[in-house]
Ligand binder design. Structure first.
Ligand code: TMP
Ligand code: ASP
Length: 245
């Protein structure tokens, strides 16, 4: 696989073309941003943790029957993925109150829900990713009704898979954000990343935060938190599992 020109640089990742028009290489950076890029910093080693952890979780999700963009881990920071057109929706699943949910509805953080919630934001930094409902997403032609129903079904199933997995390593999955993409064939697949940048992870015993909230909220120990969540995930059977090829 030959790496070619850079196609795109985002806040946390770069994307490169390859000699196969259907595949691209994602390269994870240590750059961290929050609040639509207003807060900027570096989390040393984040790119490695996010790349490897996201790949491990994508393999798990794929094994459970949900299609993902994942193809092959190329190095510590680089992964080969299917080229997709990102559906401009941030899909957020919550199991416990935290973050913008707690703020918007005036409740404490840490209240477990009887059932998980799903919400959508319009992925648009200029508009600050506004919350929107299914009708709005269809009106804006961001996706079809059928695609949104499938995305929601996948997101809840992914929640079940991840909740169980993280609990087995002593971590509560509070909430997380997913993005989906559409392949050339028109298949909806899980894309982007699943990492401490895009999830809230609390230690099951102490509720210690093991995610990007340590950076967003200036709590200190950011690098240690990324290392610790990676160690937990790596401590499980899955981490030793190598790609077949
Ligand atoms: P929120 O409570 O700030 O809405 O965040 C919900 C989840 O989504 C949390 O796990 C962090 C993640 N997230 C992102 O991945 N990207 C974002 O831009 C935001 C705002 C949240
Ligand atoms: N990464 C997002 C940004 O910089 C926000 C966040 O993760 O809090 O806008």
């Amino acid at each position: 696989m030959e790496k070619r020109e850079q196609l795109y640089e985002g806040k946390a990742k770069k994307v490169f073309a390859t000699d196969d028009e259907n595949l691209v290489i994602v390269s994870y950076k240590d750059d961290a941003t929050a609040f639509d890029g207003l807060k900027k910093g570096t989390i040393v080693g984040k790119g490695v943790v996010n790349n490897r952890m996201s790949n491990l979780l994508m393999r798990l999700i794929e094994q459970k029957g949900i299609p993902t963009h994942y193809v092959k881990e190329l190095s510590e920071r680089e992964t080969l993925v299917k080229k997709v057109k990102i559906v401009p929706l941030e899909v957020i699943i919550r199991n416990v109150s935290a973050g913008s949910f707690a703020k918007r509805y005036g409740v404490e953080e840490g209240i477990p829900f009887d059932e998980p919630t799903c919400e959508f934001s319009y992925k648009n930094d200029d508009l600050h990713d506004p919350l929107l409902n299914t009708y709005h997403a269809i009106a804006l032609k961001l996706a079809t009704k059928g695609e949104i129903a499938l995305i929601e079904k996948y997101a809840f199933r992914i929640n079940e898979i991840l909740k169980e997995f993280f609990l087995s390593v002593g971590v509560k999955l509070i909430d997380f954000k997913l993005e989906f993409g559409k392949t050339k064939e028109g298949t909806i697949v899980l894309a982007d990343e699943i990492s401490p940048d895009t999830c809230r992870f609390w230690d099951a015993e102490t509720n210690e935060k093991l995610d990007k909230d340590r950076f967003r909220r200036d709590l200190g120990g950011v690098e240690d938190a990324y290392r610790e969540i990676f160690r937990r995930v790596g401590g499980s059977a899955l981490a030793s599992e190598e790609d077949e090829d």
